[in-house]
Design a protein around this ligand. Structure first.
Ligand SMILES: [Zn+2]
Length: 218
């Protein structure tokens, strides 16, 4: 039955891929959310039954480590997002997330460009994640993405709101450059901004593990 479901989901994926739009691929969740019925929206879904996972084993010429990578990434290391403007309490932490990636030793550089189809938004949402990312892909390349931060859950959980916002944004940008979620329980010796159990109030920089993982793709 599982194989049958997988076959059906692969067919579904192919159908979806032809219009190059996916539903949520990966999300930044609260611990509570991981336990909820909608777990298939978080990293465990990618790990187990995501047809994207199977497809990209076949199509990718690269050596993908699926313990670190989700199998699709923004092929150009220069990543622009459409200009966005929030109040400084949000704008500065979001900008810091981009800067934090830029200052690490990778080819990746985030910036803004008015012609970009990539967007960043923040607002109060009823869903439980701190942030989500929607992506469109062509093969293993991310052609555009939308990141949405949830001010309701972030404000509710944060003790250092600025750092918390930066940590969530750094995580979502990690998905842009190919990193997968590392849910609680996965052994990541040096820590990772992709871990769900990281201290979001203080961990705002991509770790050595994250940097090494990105540099496997670029
Ligand atoms: Zn995630």
């Amino acid at each position: 039955m599982k194989a049958l479901l997988k076959a059906i989901s692969s067919i579904l994926f192919v159908a979806i891929a032809t219009i190059t739009i996916y539903p949520v691929l990966a999300s930044e969740t609260s611990e509570k959310y991981i336990e909820s019925v909608e777990t298939n929206l978080d990293g465990s879904y990618l790990e187990e039954d995501n047809p994207v996972y199977d497809l990209n084993i076949a199509v990718s010429a690269r050596s993908i480590d699926f313990g670190r990578h989700q199998g699709f990434w923004h092929h150009s290391p220069i990543v622009l997002v459409r200009p966005f403007s929030f109040n400084p309490n949000w704008q500065t932490p979001i900008n810091n997330a981009m800067s934090n990636w830029n200052t690490r030793n990778t080819p990746v550089a985030f910036g803004v460009g008015s012609a970009s189809n990539n967007t960043v938004a923040a607002g109060s949402h009823t869903w439980n994640e701190y942030g989500v990312i929607y992506v469109s892909t062509s093969g293993t390349n991310i052609t555009w993405f939308n990141i949405i931060l949830n001010s309701r859950t972030i404000s509710s959980s944060a003790t250092n709101t600025g750092n918390f916002i930066t940590s969530v944004m750094v995580h979502e940008l990690g998905h842009v450059v190919g990193l997968r979620d590392n849910p609680t329980g996965v052994t990541v010796p040096t820590g990772s901004v992709m871990r769900f159990d990281r201290p979001r109030n203080s961990l705002v920089m991509p770790t050595a593990f994250d940097v090494a993982s990105v540099n496997m793709l670029y």
